[in-house]
Design a protein around this ligand. Structure first.
Ligand code: IPM
Ligand code: MN
Length: 353
C-alpha cells in the first residue's frame, strides 16, 4: 500500500483545531482509496518562540525535506511582534524549500453566499498562480540612518529571468491541464513598473507560442481588482508576482465566500510542497469549536491532488460542496450552525461514503 509521509505544523490560535479536522478527513479518504498517511507533528509557531526564543530550529528545513508534503494550520500569535513568525517560519519554509508556486483556487461553491450581486457558481471558478520565491518578498533593500529625520528605507522587487520563466511555464501547463477556458491572464503593472513587468511580459510572450491551445491575456493589477468584482467569469488562470498575488488572492478569497473556505498550496513541483488555509490563526476563536475547518480541509484535498491522489482529492471537494450546499448556514466562524469538529466528522463521512 502506498504511504505518504506528511509533516504537520498545526501552528497558532485555531490552527491546531482546523488541522485536526483536515487530518480526520485525510484519514477517512485514505482508507477508502487505498493509501496510508504517516504524520509527524512539528510545534513551530508563536508558543514555541515565546518559550525558546527560536522561530525555527536549525534542523527544521532539512527535517521537512524528508517528507512527501507539509500540512500547515496557521502562523501568527498576538504576543509576538508582526513579521517575526511570518518571516521566520512561513516565508522561511517557502523560500528554503523553493516552493516557487503559490496556487490559490478561487471557486464559489454551491450554497455559499457571494458578496457579488448576481454572480453564481458558474461565474466564479478560476485559479491564481502567485510567484512565491521572489519579488518584493525576496528581502532586498535596507535602511540607513534609522530613527533619524534622514532615514532612508528601500525595498526592491527581485525578478529573475529564471524565476519568472519557471512560474510562467507552470501557469501555461496548468491552464492546459485544467482545460476549462484555456485562458491565461498575466497580471502586472507594465505601465509603471517598466523593468520588472517588462521582463514578465517578454517571458510571457516568448512562451506563448509553445502553448497554441492557450489564449493569453494581460491585465494591470489595479484593473484586475475591478474585473474580479465586476466580471469574475472572465478569468480561468491568472499568473502574477509575489506581492500582487498576495493582494489579489485576498480579494479572490472574499468573492468565493471568505477565509472560511480559501485554501492554497505552496508548491515546489520538483520538491516538497506545503498546503495551508489562507486565513490567519484567528486567536480569539481558539478552543471554542466555532472556527470553520473547510479551508484547511480544502488545503488537505489540494495536497492529495498534488501527491497524485486525484480521486481522493475529488471526493474531498465533493464532500465540501455537499456541506456548503446543504449543511451549514454560513462560512463565518460561529455562524455555521455546526461546530468545527462536527463539520469535520460530516466531511470525513461524506468523503469516504
Ligand atoms: C499569505 C500571507 C503571508 C504572505 C503573510 C502572513 C507573510 O498573507 O500567505 O498570503 O504575505 O504571503
Ligand atoms: Mn496574504
Amino acid at each position: 500500500m502506498k504511504s505518504y509521509k506528511i509533516a504537520v505544523i498545526p501552528g497558532d490560535g485555531t490552527g491546531p483545531e482546523v488541522v485536526a479536522e483536515g487530518v480526520k478527513v485525510l484519514d477517512a479518504v485514505s482508507s477508502k482509496f487505498g493509501f496510508k498517511n504517516e504524520y509527524t507533528h512539528f510545534d513551530f509557531g508563536g508558543n514555541r518562540y515565546l518559550k525558546t526564543g527560536e522561530v525555527l530550529p536549525a534542523s527544521a528545513i532539512n527535517d521537512l525535506k524528508q517528507f512527501d508534503a507539509i500540512f500547515l494550520g496557521a502562523i501568527g500569535h498576538p504576543d509576538v511582534k508582526p513579521g517575526i513568525l511570518e518571516k521566520g517560519i512561513l516565508l522561511e519554509i517557502r523560500f528554503k524549500l523553493d516552493q516557487y508556486i503559490n496556487l490559490r483556487p478561487v471557486k464559489l461553491y454551491p450554497g455559499v453566499e457571494c458578496p457579488l450581486k448576481d454572480k453564481t457558481t458558474k461565474d466564479i471558478d478560476f485559479v491564481v498562480i502567485r510567484e512565491n520565491s521572489e519579488g518584493l518578498y525576496a528581502g532586498a533593500g535596507g535602511v540607513l540612518k534609522k530613527g533619524t529625520p534622514d532615514e532612508v528605507a528601500t525595498q526592491e522587487s527581485i525578478n529573475t529571468r529564471k524565476g519568472v520563466e519557471r512560474c510562467l511555464r507552470y501557469a501555461f501547463e496548468l491552464t492546459k491541464k485544467r482545460n476549462k477556458a484555456n485562458k491565461l491572464t498575466l497580471c502586472g503593472k507594465t505601465n509603471v513598473l517598466t523593468y520588472a513587468f517588462d521582463l514578465w511580459k517578454r517571458a510571457f510572450d516568448e512562451l506563448a507560442p509553445s502553448y497554441p491551445a492557450v489564449k493569453t491575456d494581460y491585465a494591470h493589477v489595479d484593473a484586475i481588482t475591478m474585473w474580479f468584482v465586476k466580471n469574475p467569469e472572465w478569468f480561468d488562470v491568472v499568473v502574477t508576482d509575489n506581492l500582487f498575488g498576495d493582494i489579489i488572492t485576498d480579494l479572490g478569497a472574499m468573492i468565493q465566500g471568505g477565509m472560511g473556505i480559501a485554501a492554497g498550496g505552496n508548491i515546489n513541483p520538483e520538491g516538497v510542497s506545503m498546503f495551508e488555509p489562507i486565513g490567519g490563526s484567528a486567536p480569539k476563536y481558539t478552543g471554542q469549536n466555532v472556527i470553520n475547518p473547510l479551508a484547511a480541509i480544502c488545503a488537505a484535498g489540494m495536497m492529495l491532488d498534488t501527491l497524485g491522489e486525484a480521486k481522493a482529492a475529488a471526493a474531498i471537494e465533493g464532500a465540501v460542496m455537499e456541506i456548503t450546499a446543504r449543511h451549514i448556514k454560513s462560512l463565518a466562524a460561529g455562524k455555521m450552525g455546526m461546530g468545527t469538529r462536527e463539520i469535520g466528522d460530516l466531511c470525513a463521512r461524506l468523503a469516504s461514503a
